[in-house]
Design a protein around this ligand. Structure first.
Ligand code: 3SL
Length: 234
C-alpha cells in the first residue's frame, strides 16, 4: 500500500485516480456524514450544487428526506438543516435519506468519486477507515483534505496524519504524509485547541459554533465507515 496526502482536491493529480480515496473535511462535512450515518440515516447523497440537491430531494416525500445545505459556514435558506454534526441526532435523521451540499467537502468528494473505492473520514471515525485500509490493502491510497476554497486546512491534514500514523508500516507516497504525521504527533492531545487556531475554526467561532469544534475534535467516538455505494452516495 502506498499512501499519499493531498491538502486540497485541487492538488490531486488530474490524470489518474487511486485504488482508494479517503475524503476528509473535519470541519465539518465528513464529521456530519459520519455522525448522520451513526445516528441511523439511510444514506447521505452529496451534491456540489444546491439547485441539483433541491431537484433530487424533491423526488422523495418530505418524511423520507432531509436537505442539508451550507455555504460560507452558514445554513442555506430553503434547506431543512445546515451542516452541523450536532443536529444529526437519531430523532432528526434516523430512517431518512440525507441530501448534503457544502462549500468544500462535497466538492472534494466529486473530485475523486470515480476512484475504485471512496471513503470519507473525520477525526470522530478515522479508525474505521484505518481498519478498512489494513484489511483491504489497496495499492494506492489518497488521503484528500477538502481545504477551504482551494487553500490548505490544518484540521484536514491533522486527520490525514492520524490515519497515516496508524498505517505506519505502509509506504510513504509523498512528503505531505510525513508532514501530516508530524502535525498530528504535535497536537494529538490538544486537537480542539488546534482547530480553534485554524482559519476555518476561527470562522466557525465567529458564527457561534464552538460546540461543533469540540465535537469534531473528538477521536473515534463514532464507529462508522462511510463508504461510497455509487458516485456521490454514502
Ligand atoms: O466546506 C465545507 O464543506 C463545510 O464543511 C464547511 S462548514 O464547516 O460547514 O462551514
Amino acid at each position: 500500500m502506498k499512501v499519499f496526502v493531498f491538502h486540497t482536491p485541487e492538488l490531486t493529480p488530474a490524470d489518474t485516480l487511486p485504488d482508494c480515496a479517503v475524503v476528509i473535511d473535519v470541519l465539518r462535512a465528513t464529521t456530519t456524514i459520519a455522525a448522520a450515518l451513526h445516528a441511523g440515516a439511510v444514506d447521505v447523497r452529496a451534491f456540489s450544487d444546491i439547485d441539483r440537491l433541491m431537484a433530487a430531494g424533491a423526488e422523495l416525500a418530505p418524511s423520507q428526506r432531509l436537505r442539508l445545505g451550507e455555504r460560507g459556514g452558514k445554513p442555506v435558506e430553503g434547506c431543512d438543516m445546515g451542516n452541523s454534526p450536532l443536529d444529526c441526532t437519531p430523532d432528526a435523521v434516523s430512517g431518512k435519506h440525507l441530501f448534503l451540499s457544502t462549500t468544500n467537502g462535497t466538492r472534494a468528494l466529486k473530485r475523486v468519486e470515480r476512484s475504485r473505492a471512496v471513503l470519507t473520514a473525520a477525526q470522530i471515525n478515522y479508525q474505521a477507515a484505518v481498519n478498512y485500509l489494513r484489511d483491504r490493502q489497496p495499492e494506492t491510497v489518497w488521503l484528500v483534505g477538502s481545504g477551504w476554497q482551494g487553500t490548505y486546512s490544518l484540521e484536514d491534514t491533522v486527520c490525514a496524519g492520524a490515519i497515516a500514523r496508524a498505517l505506519e508500516a505502509s509506504a510513504v507516497g509523498n512528503d505531505e504524509v510525513l508532514g501530516a504525521i508530524a502535525l498530528y504527533d504535535s497536537w494529538r492531545d490538544r486537537l480542539s485547541e488546534l482547530f480553534r487556531h485554524s482559519s476555518h475554526g476561527q470562522r466557525l467561532l465567529r458564527l457561534g459554533n464552538a460546540a461543533d469544534i469540540d465535537y469534531c475534535a473528538q477521536s473515534n467516538c463514532c464507529d462508522v465507515l462511510p463508504i461510497q455505494k455509487e458516485p456521490g452516495v454514502l
